[in-house]
Design a protein around this ligand. Structure first.
Ligand code: NDP
Length: 453
């Protein structure tokens, strides 16, 4: 058997692209196989188009506040169709850029859906699950096929959209039901509300964002309510009927909700369909591929990175895993990914961001008597004139003994930007006194992290 490649990467998303380019930079002969568009979830149907929609949706707030700043618009309105179209054009540009970057890196892009023929060879099909049209072989294979949204097992679920489909819409209906209380549900409820659409969000638990700091979750809930989102907690859909554009959704409380569309944001799963992992004996834990610290599966020449391993499903994590894999295998650098203190943000309204332990987790790990919680909640100056809009919450969780900051959480404008910077000193084991030693920058929101006592 001729192995024409050193490395075959399955999936040209964030993790696969990063691994392929890094491996090629060390001189490896690399092929990357992609059946869909190059760029993966983040670029094509996730982070990038979502954030562009979020930017567009924020104009609602600006338009409403404008008169208090003496700015008067007549007939200002938001056209979601124009926004969606412009977002797709930007996604097309990025898709082309990624293809050209692969070429420049010397990685061969192979269009098609890959499945395992053996531990070293991949069958390629035009359609997912279709007949093989070609086979390629390599010394090592990296599975970086990501995840896909999963629909709940209820009758009529196929009538709902999943997040991928949101970016394909020509426009949005006047009323949308969003199901879920996680990242995607909160982001889309906020985006749609900002675009002038009436949103009811069904959350199966008592609060948003299970696992996040509780006060942060409450702050988001209050902010989103003030923004106009109608929440139904401890509520799940039981039946979806009608046709797209004219839907009736029944809940576990026997309510009937009529709407133009339903977004099912109920989680994502590794995209293992038709990979034929069992034919090479790759071990799974549930639906995720099991790997060791160097991204190696139980089959020694087969590796996996990113959402298909279902650990921390964030783009920067997948990229770092891809690069660490290539550094280890081709660069002679035995580097492990650092999963401690991974900062994350929800691009909702208000935006929230977090790094480190929630207050509850810190109490469990350290004991209530061994932590200090500092917080500040206030209406930011940008809202002083309009007197509308949610309050900011800034919160620090400290280890009482070492005084180190072990959790840092924020809800409010630019939370993601602020927490990204806070994550650096916190990763360096900063104490609150280190923050205090920094002169506050006034007037800013982030100065509260310094001045709070
Ligand atoms: P999440 O896991 O964040 O949230 C899923 C939500 O759906 C939870 O509230 C869950 O409830 C609820 N749910 C699950 N099953 C059902 C059901 N059958 N009926 C009703 N509700 C249900 O998933 P997302 O899809 O929002 O996002 C997937 C992942 O993608 C995230 O975890 C994150 O890693 C990543 N992501 C990151 C973003 C960012 O960085 N800004 C943005 C978008 C996605 P419960 O809590 O009770 O389980």
């Amino acid at each position: 058997m001729e192995k024409s490649f050193d490395l075959i990467v399955l999936g040209a998303g964030s993790g696969g692209l990063a691994a392929a380019k890094r491996a090629a930079s060390y001189g490896a002969k690399v092929a990357i196989v992609e059946g869909d568009r190059v760029g993966g979830t983040c670029v094509i149907r996730g982070c990038v188009p979502k954030k562009l929609l979020a930017y567009g949706s924020l104009y609602k707030d600006h338009i409403e506040a404008a008169p208090s700043f003496g700015v008067c618009f007549s007939n200002a309105h938001i056209d979601a169709g124009i926004l969606l179209n412009n977002v797709r054009t930007e996604v097309d540009r990025l898709n082309a850029l990624h293809i050209s970057n692969l070429k420049k890196s010397g990685v061969e892009l192979i269009s098609g859906w890959g499945s395992f023929a053996s531990a070293h060879c991949i069958d390629l099909a035009k359609e997912k699950g279709g007949p093989s049209i070609r086979q390629i072989c390599g010394e090592s294979i990296l599975i970086a096929v990501g995840g896909r949204p999963s629909r709940p097992a209820i009758q009529g679920a196929s009538l709902g959209w999943v997040s991928d489909e949101m970016f394909l819409q020509k426009s949005f209906p006047e009323k949308v039901v969003v199901v879920g209380g996680g990242y995607i549900a909160c982001e889309f409820s906020s985006i749609l509300t900002g675009l002038g659409i009436s949103v009811t969000q069904l959350v199966r638990g008592p609060h948003l964002l299970r696992g996040f700091d509780h006060e942060l979750s409450l702050s988001l809930e209050n902010g989103m309510k003030e923004y106009g989102v109608d929440f139904l907690f401890e509520t799940v859909p039981t039946l979806i009927q009608g046709s797209r554009g004219d839907i009736s959704l029944s809940t576990n409380h026997a309510e009937e909700i009529s709407c133009g569309g339903v977004l099912l944001a109920t989680g994502r799963k590794p995209f293992l369909d038709n990979l034929r992992l069992d034919s090479v004996g790759i071990k799974l834990a549930g639906e995720r591929i099991m790997i060791d610290n160097h991204q190696t599966t139980n089959v020694k020449n087969i590796f996996a990175v990113g959402d298909v391993t279902d650990r921390i499903n964030l783009t920067p994590v997948a990229i770092d895993e891809g690069r660490a894999f290539a550094d280890h295998l081709y660069g002679g650098k035995s580097r492990k990914v650092n999963y401690d203190l991974v900062a994350s943000a929800v691009f909702s309204y208000p935006e929230i961001a977090t790094v480190g332990l929630s207050e509850d987790k810190a109490k469990k790990l350290y004991g209530s008597e061994n932590i200090t919680v500092l917080k500040s909640c206030f209406r930011p100056m940008s809202k002083a004139l309009s007197k509308k809009g949610s309050k900011c919450l800034l919160k620090l969780v400290l280890d009482k003994n070492s005084e180190e900051i072990i959790g840092c959480h924020m809800a409010g404008e630019n939370a993601a930007e602020i927490i990204q910077m806070a994550a650096i000193p916190i990763g360096m084991k900063a104490k609150k006194s280190d923050f205090d030693n920094t002169m506050a920058l006034h007037p800013s929101i982030a100065e509260e992290f310094v001045t709070m006592t």
